[in-house]
Design a protein around this ligand. Sequence first.
Ligand SMILES: [Mn+2]
Length: 404
Amino acid sequence: MRILHTSDWHLGKKLSSFSRIEEQRVVLDEIIDKVKELKIDLVVISGDVYDTFHPSNESMELLYESLYRISENGKRCVLAIAGNHDSAEGIDVPEKLAKNSAIFFLGDPTRVIHPFINPSGIEITKSDYGFVEIYLPSCGESVRVLLTPYVNESRLKVFLGPNSEDLKTAQLLEKRWSSIAKKYCDEEGVNILMGHLFMVPEGEKFTEPDDEKPIVHIGGLFPLSPEIIPDEIQFVALGHLHKPILYHNSKEIPIAYSGSILEYSFRESEQQKSLFFVEVFPSKKAEIKKINLSYGKKLVQHSAESFESAIEWLKNNQNCFVEITISTDKYLDSMKIDELQKVHSGIVSIIPLVTTIEGIKYEKVDLLKDIKTLFQEYYQSKFGVEVGEDVQGIFLELLGDSEE
Ligand SMILES: [Mn+2]
C-alpha cells in the first residue's frame, strides 16, 4: 500500500498583508502530480487544512477542488482530520457530498464515520469512535486508521469519558488507542495512526513554531510521549509542527511530521518543505521516503549594512518575501521607504537599525534569534531581572492567539 502523508496546508493563510493563495494553488498542483506519479492509494492530511475557523470562499473552493482532483473521481481515498486552526464542525460539513468521492473528513472526534461503499469500491468496512477500517481496491488491502483530530483538553475529556478527571489525559488517550488497536489492528491489514498533536521524542527539545497557535498551553494539550503509541501501529502521521521531522520511538515505530506545504513565517525560512511517501504492507516495516516540494516563495531575513546595499540586494533577490534590517545612522524617511518598496514587491517589513543618534550608541539586536530569546533579552534589559515562566507563558499564549 502506498500512502502519502501531508499536513498543515493552512489554506487562506496570509503573510502580513500578502495573500499566499496562488502559491498554495501551485504547490497543491505539485502535490496532485506527485500523488499520480507515485500511484498513491491513500492520502492522509493530518490537520490544519485551513488557517482559520472561518475560511474564505476561495480557500474552501481550493480545498474541495484539490481533494476532488486527488481522488480522481472517487478512485483514490483521502482522509483529512482537523487541526487546532480548523473548526471541528466546519471540517465535517461536506462529509455527505465528499464520501462518494472517497474523501473522508473527521473534525469532531465524537462523530463516527459509518460503514459505506463508494461507486469505485472504496469501502469503510468497520468504524468506531476515532477509528476506521478502509478497504482499498487499488492495492487490494485494508488500512486501519486510528484518528485523533485536534481537541482541546475539555473536549478531549468529553471524548474520553466522564471519569477522565481522575486520570491524566495522556494515560486515557493511551488506553483508548490501545483498546482500539487490540480490537481492530491485526496483521491482516496495514495499521496507522493519524493525529494533530504535539508529540516529541523523550529528552529532545523540539519546540512548537513561534508563529503557530500553540497546542501546549492552558486549555490546550500538553506534549505527549511517543511511547504511548500502540505496538500494532506501523506508521504515525502527525500534523502541527511545520518542519518535517521523522523519528522512531523505543519500539522502532516511525513517527512523522510532514510539516507545512509553504514557508509560512520567517522562522520557517530555509526549511525544505516536504511530504512523506510511505510504502507499507501488512505485518511489515514501513518504508518511508521524503519527497521535497519545490514551489512556493522563499522567506528571507536579510541584514543590509547600508541603505544603498539594501537597494542592491533587493534588486537582485526578487522572487521572495523579505524582512529587511538596514543599519543606518538616520531614521528612514517616507521617501526612502518608498524607494525600497519600488524595487521589490515582497517586502514584509523594514527594520531600521539605528546605530547612533545624537551621540547615543544603541546596542545591536540580533533579530534572527528566536522570539522567546528576544523576549527574554528585552525583559532583562527593561526590568533588570530575568523573566518568570508565568509572564513568558502569557506572552507566548498571546503570540499564539494573535495568529488565529
Ligand atoms: Mn499548523
